[in-house]
Design a protein around this ligand. Structure first.
Ligand SMILES: Nc1ncnc2c1ncn2[C@@H]1O[C@H](COP(=O)(O)OP(=O)(O)O)[C@@H](O)[C@H]1O
Ligand SMILES: [Mg+2]
Length: 366
């Protein structure tokens, strides 16, 4: 389907990414997206992590004349320099150990489309130089190839949560590259500065998770929504999506109450919800966060570490205890929180039992 999406909607892998929101900032941003989508001018998107920079880039693409072609995202901070170079520019066979065949780079694959360079502030100076050369010539220099390469036509959208002017002052980011990328600047404000969007986004993710996983929330009490609207959301929309997803997983037959909200959201309310005594983050805290926020599976993170004796039985028990607390003693819900498939439920319980980590659920009920 090559139809033009309307501003604020982007298509990718068959799903529609939407820039939801009713705040004046988001309404204006949607208008700006529509305006800047028409040209090929490079865009720099800034804003804290999780505010929706990638969604904005997708919406620009979907509203542009390039919408019929590919949108390719590359995380420039997620891999070592040599890998990133080959990822962007491609490589020729034999150019390094393991390069068994020619491989096209993302810039080539996105010909006629849009390339989203995420976390551009993490690029090494050498990579910045290579990117600048490409931007000046439009010519792809594959790793291991000699001579000029093929010309490609891509629109570049870059994003960062760093302050590039500071990086320039520190000598960590090239000023000439900054000016090349920063033709149009879009800033996505943090969620705490556009609180009107919170309720809308909560509702949006409730629907999304109900549709995708079948786990539905039976609504949210006004008190709970009040707390969500006042919370500071340091992780922005990504964190909000996670909180709603956890509510959906642990949800019961009634509307989600204040007590159902994760501790980090509640503690900010101060007196009524006194923060627990400050304590150091433990290994168990860390593992629990990886399970519930980064969606790692219990098998790949906790189980493997335990079997390799990298973590103690005490830590394993602590992780299980946290799960039971959030799931109110329901082991099936713990299994879902730990990203286990339904068919792995028995294996999960057997494992816990065998290692004396199946804590009694009774004390976590109510
Ligand atoms: N305005 C929004 N409407 C709908 N979903 C959003 C919005 N902003 C962010 N999201 C979702 O939140 C998550 C984080 O957004 P992302 O674009 O990856 O943030 P960033 O790139 O700024 O770190 C994604 O799942 C994204 O789909
Ligand atoms: Mg991102």
């Amino acid at each position: 389907m090559a139809s033009r999406a309307f501003a604020g909607h982007a298509m990718r892998k068959g799903v529609i990414a939407r820039l939801e929101g009713v705040s004046p900032q988001i309404v204006e941003l949607r208008q700006e997206i529509e305006r800047v989508a028409r040209s090929d001018a490079k865009i720099l998107i800034t804003g804290e992590s999780g505010v929706g920079k990638e969604v904005v880039a997708q919406c620009v693409h979907a509203n542009s004349p390039r919408a019929h072609s590919t949108f390719v995202a590359v995380n420039c901070g997620g891999m070592p320099e040599t890998l990133l170079e080959s990822e962007l520019f491609g490589h020729v066979r034999g150019s390094f150990t393991g390069a068994y065949r020619d491989k096209p780079g993302k810039l080539e694959l996105a010909h006629d489309g849009t390339v989203f360079l995420d976390e551009i502030g993490e690029m090494t100076l050498r990579m910045q130089g290579l990117l600048l050369r490409f931007l000046e010539t439009g010519e792809l220099q594959k790793v291991g190839a000699d001579g000029g390469g093929r010309l490609v036509n891509v629109r570049i959208i870059a994003a960062t949560n760093r302050n590039l002017r500071d990086l320039i002052a520190q000598g960590a980011f090239r000023e000439d590259l900054f000016y090349r990328l920063n033709v149009i600047h879009l800033e996505v404000p943090p969620l705490r500065e556009r609180r009107d969007d919170i309720a809308v986004l909560v509702e949006y993710f409730v629907q999304l998770f109900a549709r995708d996983s079948g786990c539905a929330i039976k609504g949210i009490t006004p008190e709970a929504m009040h707390i969500l609207s006042r919370y500071s959301w340091p992780g922005n929309v990504r964190q909000l999506a996670n909180v709603v997803e956890r509510l959906a997983i642990t949800g019961r037959d009634t509307a989600a109450t204040v007590d159902d909200l994760p501790a980090e959201v509640r503690v900010q309310e101060g007196v009524a919800f006194k923060p627990k005594r400050e304590r150091r983050r433990t290994v168990a805290d860390d593992l629990y966060r990886r399970l519930t926020e980064e969606h790692e599976s219990f098998w790949s993170c906790v189980y493997t570490l335990y079997m390799d004796r990298e973590i103690t039985r005490g830590t394993l028990r602590e992780v299980v205890r946290k799960g039971l607390e959030e799931a109110r003693g329901n082991y099936r819900i713990v299994a879902r929180l730990f990203n286990l498939e339904a068919r792995d439920y028995k294996r999960f319980l057997n494992f816990l039992r065998k290692h004396d980590c199946q804590l009694p659920f009774k004390e976590f009920r109510q």
